[in-house]
Write a protein that binds this ligand. Structure first.
Ligand code: SAH
Ligand code: MG
Length: 227
């Protein structure tokens, strides 16, 4: 049995019309991204709702995102924050960062969200060196070649009991034993990491199936329980 692209869209539509209906601000964010020539490689609304729920479930007060693009996923995440919560999103491209700031301001999230421009690995290293307060949730969604390095940084920047999430982690390369990709190396590194309990939630895209890798950083008790 094979599922057609049309079925994928219909399954995704079923989820999003029940649980992830976009409001005017999310629609305007995508429209601004298109006007400004940004690629439409943002998460879907249904995945946005999944991230939103994970942030609520983990009681997140501080969120770190790697890869802002136009701020679409940051809006879904930041809307789960309490009034005094904070989201920092890292972005390499100045133009993407400017569009993200504009969209976040328009969504009324300007005070909660900070966009930091630069190569993420350098920004993460600077955060470690500056003794940045730990995060409750870290969402990795930038260049796939950087994922394994971002994971090493994320493990040190997330609190015990916090979540590390990574997008686009079921590429076609996983179907081929010899296939190589940054996401596949990321999943292998996650699976081998003694401080993480993880799995991959498949997510629907227009082009087919993709994945969100979900990792919980063990509390010492949790680590003993699963040992
Ligand atoms: N999270 C966004 C999509 C991000 S797309 C959403 O779903 O709405 C990936 C983004 O990562 C792009 O904007 C790209 O410019 C950025 N990026 C690529 N390499 C990067 C790097 N080395 N450091 C920081 N950002 C990077
Ligand atoms: Mg993505």
């Amino acid at each position: 049995m094979s599922t057609s692209e049309k079925d994928m869209q219909n399954y995704d539509h079923y989820i999003s019309q029940l649980f992830a209906v976009e409001d005017d601000l999310l629609r305007a964010t995508r429209a601004t991204m298109a006007q400004e020539g940004l690629p439409s490689i943002n998460i879907s609304a249904s995945e946005g709702q999944l991230l939103h729920l994970l942030a609520l479930m983990s009681g997140a007060r501080r969120i770190l995102e790697i890869g802002a693009l136009g701020g679409y996923s940051a809006i879904w995440l930041a809307r789960a924050l309490p009034a005094d919560g904070k989201l920092i999103t890292l972005e390499l491209d100045e133009h993407h960062a400017a569009v993200a700031r504009r969209n976040l301001n328009a969504a009324g999230l300007g005070a909660k969200v900070e966009v930091r421009v630069g190569p993420a690995l350098a920004t993460l290293t600077a955060m470690q060196q500056a003794g940045e307060a730990l995060f409750d949730l870290i969402f990795i969604d930038a260049d796939k070649e950087g994922y394994v390095d971002y994971l090493q940084k994320a493990v040190t920047l997330v609190r015990e009991g916090g979540l590390i999430l990574a997008d686009n982690t079921l590429p076609d390369a996983v179907l081929n034993e010899k296939g190589d990709s940054g996401a596949k190396r990321y999943n292998a590194a996650v699976a081998a990491h003694p401080a993480l309990a993880s799995s991959i939630a498949p997510v629907l895209r227009q082009e087919g199936i993709d994945g969100l890798t979900i990792s919980l950083k063990h509390t010492p008790e949790g680590a003993r329980a699963s040992a």
